[in-house]
Design a binder for this molecule. Structure first.
Ligand SMILES: [Zn+2]
Length: 235
């Protein structure tokens, strides 16, 4: 392998390592987005639950007010009929009806009071909780937007790196590219490695003296006798 060929292989290797980094980041982004979407859904649910509770109480208040108004109207009519009643039986029946209606109004008014109290409590709770929930939702939405943008950039980057790799591959001898592609997985991405402290930077084994002189003195590129990676000294 010549120095020029080594440089090309190193470039391909560097691009592949970068591609790996970008892919890992994309995986992370996807996970982060899933978590954020889940959080957002939960908060939306919480907000809706609170608002629904308020709606239900308001509905109940309306119903009670209508029932009271209706009973008051009936009471008024009963009182009018009482004034006009001439027969004793009729009079007593109307009195009973009057008492029944008064009792109903009293009960419903008590219920209405309770509902009003509950609504007041709920309003305070909403005033406190809703802005907090909405703030949290806005923050999450902002994070999602940023991650979406980063995701787009990462995809563009992958595309760009793939093109760059193809260009360099065209300049590199086919047998070297083949060796690289066939072995990169086995070598965990490092097919071409420098010599460090007279050892292969890939597997760490000391380079035998015969190879050492070839690598250093002749500035050659030799295969590590232990792992099989290409070892170079200086580019
Ligand atoms: Zn080695």
């Amino acid at each position: 392998m010549t120095k020029e060929e080594l440089k090309l292989l190193l470039k391909i290797q560097e691009i592949d390592l970068e591609i790996e980094r970008v892919r890992n980041r994309l995986k992370k982004i996807k996970e982060e987005l899933e978590t954020l979407q889940k959080d957002l859904k939960f908060l939306k649910g919480e907000k809706e639950k609170l608002l629904r509770k308020k709606d239900e109480f308001e509905e109940l208040r309306k119903k009670l007010k209508e029932e009271i108004a209706d009973a008051e109207f009936q009471l008024q009519r009963t009182e009018e009929r009482l004034m006009a009643a001439t027969r004793d039986v009729e009079y007593r029946a109307l009195l009973r009806e009057k008492a029944k209606l008064e009792d109903k109004i009293l009960k419903k008014s008590y219920e209405l009071d309770e509902v009003e109290k509950e609504l007041e409590k709920l309003s305070k709770e909403l005033e406190e909780k809703i802005p907090k929930i909405e703030k949290e939702m806005r923050e999450i939405e902002e994070e999602i937007k940023d991650l979406d943008f980063e995701e787009t950039l990462a995809h563009n980057k992958l595309h760009e790196l793939a093109n760059k790799k193809e260009d360099i591959k065209k300049e590199t001898p086919e047998h070297l590219v083949r060796f690289y592609e066939e072995n990169k997985e086995h070598f965990e991405g490092l097919v071409v490695v420098p010599m460090e402290d007279e050892a292969c930077a890939g597997c760490g084994i000391k380079i035998p003296s015969v190879l050492l002189s070839k690598i250093i003195k002749e500035n050659g590129i030799e295969q590590c006798p232990s792992c099989g990676r290409f070892v170079y000294y200086k580019i």
